[in-house]
Design a protein around this ligand. Structure first.
Ligand code: HEC
Ligand code: HEC
Ligand code: HEC
Ligand code: HEC
Ligand code: HEC
Length: 421
């Protein structure tokens, strides 16, 4: 089992590791294959991304002599001394929890047994050089891994920290100044931390694809993470409404997604039409339309959304045997090689469930519920991982915590009752 899980992890990383060439393809029109411009003046999103997210990122080294006090730290708390609002918001986000118990519970052992794979995970979960416990001495698979002299444990645990998105070689990068054209694409060379390198590529959907889009193909011709392409092919993509519009409105640093009830509720409209079927039959058509997500609902293989309909009596008691459920989600085979089903709702499209049921005496109402399980896959994964054995006591404790968290994250986004005609 453990071997199987490890094999699966290796497979995931393999699929992820190939990222990059999509940038050079159709979306980045005119994107050249030349290396990134050294000056930090990037012509295309592809140029910017290849430079900004070139993995592994080089260590930053000593802070410039002109940096004072908090400016000399890469820790989010330090950025937060001056950028209070971003810090307050980021702290509540899943980006700040990207090295939580479910991830670190695996990494803590992987750093010993397979450091190359551990660093592979951190490509998305904690990408800065200063977040890596160990580094290879030399090139290739046979290179020995030694402790990383620039490793900062507190920064590692901060997950997707401010500096991971914003700082390269101690230079702070960010979007153009708000609502003023003068900052566009330019740099500010004065002010704190020597000003900021401002680029409109922070405002584009491509900024997010490094970690939210797998390269190449996948089961049934679709990569396991396909969010950027789903977006690009939707009305939102066509209209140029980027990820940031919905996940960072007014430049907020919250990144709410399917773990957030309001966000999930805003993704779909639910319509229920209770029909007049033949006598003695209860019938209804339940339609969910993806009006609010800029990609499939849900976009990943990990959540599950269950639509459950059942009959109740006058007292509101469920009538046994009348419950029917449909699942919205994408399921893959154990080895991730084959797609078992894909019932996710593409942007602007609908999912239909037809309920038909012999109507028992005493049936008064139809209850329709939509339940979101954001961690459906991970719950089972953590269970299996714990059964695998060979975990260090620290890993076991963390994975147990992650499993318990995953078991608690489900919620309803819809729960209504309809009188039967
Ligand atoms: C001592 C206070 C201070 C600290 C610490 C600090 N900043 Fe700044 N930051 C500023 C100021 C002031 C500006 C405006 C600079 C300018 O426009 O020239 C700025 C600008 C920025 C910008 C450009 C966008 C904007 O709001 O103008 C970004 C992005 C940014 N900082 C990120 C960070 C990050 C990430 C850290 C931590 C690694 C950090 N800052 C640490 C004070 C600080
Ligand atoms: C996942 C990447 C990511 C992380 C992590 C992140 N930011 Fe940002 N930040 C962005 C993006 C993208 C924008 C521009 C958003 C836009 O233009 O819609 C931005 C914008 C900003 C701005 C400009 C805000 C404005 O109103 O003009 C500041 C300042 C900033 N970030 C600071 C921080 C600080 C401080 C942290 C940590 C507490 C942080 N960021 C964490 C991606 C990130
Ligand atoms: C290409 C970027 C990428 C890489 C590489 C990656 N992940 Fe993730 N990971 C994500 C994203 C995005 C999510 C959130 C969406 C989801 O649930 O799939 C996530 C979610 C998770 C979660 C569930 C959330 C949590 O914090 O418990 C775990 C556990 C996890 N990853 C572990 C790993 C491990 C272990 C590796 C290396 C074997 C790895 N990831 C490699 C992007 C990545
Ligand atoms: C360096 C990699 C990286 C980048 C860049 C990045 N993310 Fe993430 N994102 C992650 C990881 C990893 C997670 C999952 C963290 C976890 O739960 O462990 C995540 C989680 C999320 C979630 C929460 C999903 C949920 O399950 O609710 C949203 C929303 C999100 N990211 C949006 C964005 C947007 C929008 C951008 C671009 C502005 C972006 N991300 C850029 C790595 C990244
Ligand atoms: C029109 C608004 C909108 C746009 C544009 C948008 N999203 Fe979302 N996103 C949502 C909503 C609403 C949810 C919650 C429902 C869901 O999970 O589909 C969500 C959920 C997510 C999740 C949670 C995981 C999951 O399985 O659904 C991630 C990750 C994410 N978005 C990333 C992105 C990225 C990356 C982009 C840009 C390529 C993007 N989103 C564009 C609205 C949007």
């Amino acid at each position: 089992m453990r071997r199987l899980l490890r094999g699966r992890l290796a497979l995931i990383v393999l699929l992820l590791a190939a990222g990059g060439s999509l940038l050079g393809s159709s979306h980045t029109k005119g994107g050249s294959s030349a290396p990134a411009a050294p000056s930090g003046k990037w012509k295309t999103a592809g140029d910017f991304l290849r430079a900004h997210w070139a993995y592994p990122l080089p260590p930053m080294g000593e802070a410039p002599a002109s940096y004072q006090g908090e400016e000399r730290s890469l820790l989010p708390e330090a950025c937060g001394k001056c950028h209070e609002e971003q810090y307050r918001q980021w702290r509540t986000s899943l980006h700040a929890k990207a090295v939580g118990p479910g991830v670190y519970g695996q990494l803590v052992d992987l750093w010993r047994s397979d450091p190359a794979q551990a660093r592979g995970c951190n490509e998305c979960h904690a990408p800065l050089a200063e977040q890596q416990k160990r580094l290879p001495a030399g090139e290739g698979a046979s290179a020995a891994w030694r402790p990383n002299p620039s490793h900062l444990p507190a920064l590692e645990m901060a997950g997707l920290a401010c500096a991971a998105c914003h700082v390269r070689g101690w230079r702070v990068h960010g979007p153009p100044k708000r609502e003023t054209p003068e900052g566009r694409g330019g740099a500010t060379l004065s002010g704190k931390h020597g000003g900021a390198e401002r680029t409109p590529f922070f405002e584009g959907a491509e900024f997010c694809m490094k970690c939210h889009q797998h390269e190449g193909s996948g089961p049934a011709g679709k990569p396991i993470q396909n969010t950027f392409r789903e977006w690009r092919e939707s009305l939102w993509g066509e209209e140029g409404v980027p990820c940031q519009s919905c996940h960072m409105p007014r430049r907020e640093h919250l990144w709410r997604g399917i773990h957030d009830k309001d966000m999930a509720q805003g993704a779909v409209g639910v319509e229920v039409e209770v029909g007049r079927a033949a006598p003695g039959v209860a019938a209804a058509r339940i339609v969910l339309t993806n009006t609010g997500a800029g990609h499939h609902f849900p976009t990943y293989i990990t959540p599950s959304v269950d639509v459950v309909a059942e009959l109740e009596d006058e007292a509101g008691k469920a009538i046994p045997g009348t419950r029917q459920a449909a699942v919205i989600g994408r399921r893959l085979s154990e080895d991730f090689a084959r797609e078992v089903s894909d019932t996710r709702i593409p942007a602007q499209q609908s999912f239909v469930m037809d309920y038909r049921q012999a109507r028992p005496a005493g049936a008064a109402r139809l209850r329709v519920r939509v339940r979101v399980k954001p961690d459906h896959f991970y719950h089972g994964f953590f269970e299996a991982y714990l059964k695998g054995g060979g975990l260090s006591p620290q890993a076991r404790k963390l994975i147990e915590e992650a499993r318990d968290n995953a078991a608690k994250s489900a919620f309803d986004i819809y729960d209504e009752r309809f009188a039967l005609p």
